[in-house]
Design a binder for this molecule. Structure first.
Ligand code: MN
Length: 251
């Protein structure tokens, strides 16, 4: 009896030690993965349609519920479905999305348009959050001031990139291969990760300027939507993306 009890106590202590010893290792692994990955969908070939990271009315009044429902549930979903159909039975099925973008010029237009549409929208949703008076902080804030002189000047140039994109497309803040911030805009569903981009870089912030992103609320007034967009930027997420992108540059 005494022996059995001792065995149980020792086994319990052993379990405790194992648990204690393993916990930091797990955390370390998670930390490494987070540092390595720009964002989850870039390192998997399991292409899934993402849920919105907030409710459909979370960005009201700046981006209305109906626009988000249609934009995410219909437009984004269609890009996703068409992308999955376009890569079915091809070598792209086993590639991750960054590899596909890296070799974009070799692949059919359906993959460029729908793969871009799938990725860009996921990135756009995650770069927004419920309205707040947030501004970039820390290293990101310093980098923006260094590159654009002030936050207001950055905001002006980024807004201008969105306003002057003729037809449909996107405005981007990205990090180039030297660790320098730059603003660009891409037509249709292109993005700065594609080998055919005018200027390649790692995206940090994106704004959709397709009419479907704002027409129901703002009609033809794209500048009003752009002004409203600044109220829902998730600067914490952008700062995380910046630090991850910067750690890749310095390697
Ligand atoms: Mn869109």
């Amino acid at each position: 009896m005494k022996f059995a009890l001792t065995v149980i106590v020792l086994a319990f202590l052993g379990l405790q030690c194992t648990t204690t010893a393993r916990t930091p290792q797990t955390n370390e692994n998670q930390k490494n993965n987070n540092t390595k990955n720009q964002f989850t969908m870039e390192t998997t070939n399991k292409f899934e349609f993402p849920a919105l990271p907030y409710s459909y009315d979370a960005l009201e009044p700046y981006i209305d519920k109906l626009t988000l429902e249609i934009h995410h549930g219909k437009h984004h979903k269609a890009y996703y479905d068409n992308f999955v159909a376009a890569i079915k039975g091809t070598e792209m099925e086993s590639m991750d999305i960054l590899d596909i973008f890296n070799k974009m010029s070799k692949f059919p237009m359906a993959v460029r348009n729908n793969g871009g549409g799938y990725y860009n929208h996921t990135f756009y949703w995650e770069g927004m959050r419920a309205p707040g008076s947030g501004l970039p902080t820390g290293k990101l804030s310093d980098a923006i001031k260094k590159e654009f002189n002030s936050f207001d000047e950055f905001k002006k140039q980024f807004s201008e990139a969105g306003k002057t994109r003729f037809g449909s497309g996107w405005a981007w803040l990205s990090l180039d291969e030297k660790g320098k911030l730059f603003i660009s805009s891409t037509p249709n569903q292109d993005n700065p990760l594609m080998d055919l981009a005018e200027k390649k870089g790692t995206p940090l912030l994106v704004m959709d300027v397709w009419e479907h992103a704002y027409y129901l609320k703002y009609q033809n007034k794209r500048p009003d939507y752009i002004e409203a967009f600044w109220n829902v930027v998730n600067w914490e997420e952008v700062a995380k993306r910046y630090e991850r992108a910067l750690s890749q540059v310095s390697k």
